[in-house]
Design a binder for this molecule. Structure first.
Ligand code: IPD
Length: 277
């Protein structure tokens, strides 16, 4: 494959590579060793985060030499390429370490600064979520005879909403996130903290939760799941008209997005917390 391919072709490659990485990771689920910590003593990297990212990089570059890749563990490689891959080889590392099922391989392809294809493979949930820009979001699971098109829940008022969220690794960030979630909890149906942002965004796309918000995400947490959520009809953004990013990522059907957005602004959910990005 050479030149700038279409989104479908990039999604196909992402799906094949993610499947291989998911199989590698599943073979060691719950039986791994921590090799280093990052932003805090609980922000861990296992030997398998690294092995999975190396495999993904090798496979992508074998198919498309010269593409740029941003990976959670290896940073950015390649420059000036028409396609940039955004990779979280293992989103939900703590779940993986503890043998919990909510973890995923997340691979997105960006062309001219726009994510055009995204795949989230959650092997312990026996599900693969895929989207292409303008082509919808799809779920393939063991129990489905054929891929199912996804649509997020619409028309859910904030008071009835099941809201997914996540917490950063820095203690000072978690303190603020705890205050925000404590104020939110009496105003919604309930809260879920699954432990993988990419899985959370796919749960939103498939209607298993009504909304998702989190502060502190990186591109690799958001790129594939964000496209999947958007293609399932969700609005994905930040606060006060900003795009979704490190300061805040919020995703829900448009009406609920607006309600949750205003509540998060009123709670100053993005106030300084001493945690940097
Ligand atoms: C983490 C997960 C978690 C979220 C954290 C992320 P990692 O990614 O997505 O759900 O709450 O903000 O950092 O460290 O498991 O790749």
């Amino acid at each position: 494959m050479t030149g700038t391919p279409g989104a479908a072709e990039l999604a196909e490659l992402a799906a094949a590579v993610a499947a291989e990485a998911a199989e590698l990771l599943a073979s060691r689920h719950g039986r791994v060793r921590v090799v280093q910590t990052k932003s805090s003593p609980t922000d861990v990297v296992t030997e398998m985060d690294e092995a999975a990212e190396q495999l993904i990089r090798r496979r992508i570059l074998a198919a498309r030499p010269g593409d740029a890749i941003l990976g959670e563990e290896g940073g950015q490689t390649g420059a000036g390429a028409s396609v940039r891959w955004i990779v979280d080889p293992l989103d939900g590392t703590v779940n993986y370490l503890y043998g919990l099922p909510q973890w995923s391989v997340s691979i997105a392809a960006e062309v001219a600064g726009r994510v055009v294809a995204g795949v989230v493979n959650a092997p312990m949930q026996r599900s693969v979520f895929t989207a292409t820009l303008g082509g919808g979001a799809w779920q393939q699971s063991d129990w489905l005879a054929s891929p199912q098109r996804l649509a997020c829940n619409d028309g859910v008022p904030l008071a009835d909403a099941l809201v997914a969220t996540g917490f950063g690794y820095a203690a000072s960030r978690r303190a603020v996130q705890g205050e925000v979630v404590a104020a939110l909890l009496p105003q919604v149906r309930d809260i879920r903290r699954a432990g993988s942002a990419a899985v959370d965004l796919c749960s939103l796309a498939s209607g298993q939760v009504d909304a998702y918000y989190e502060r502190g995400l990186h591109d690799w947490d958001l790129a594939a799941g964000g496209l999947i959520a958007r293609e399932a009809g969700a609005r994905v953004g930040g606060l006060r008209g900003e795009p979704a990013g490190t300061t805040m990522a919020l995703a829900a059907a448009p009406g609920l997005f607006a309600e949750l957005h205003d509540l998060l602004v009123s709670l100053a959910a993005d106030r300084p917390d001493g945690a940097g990005d």
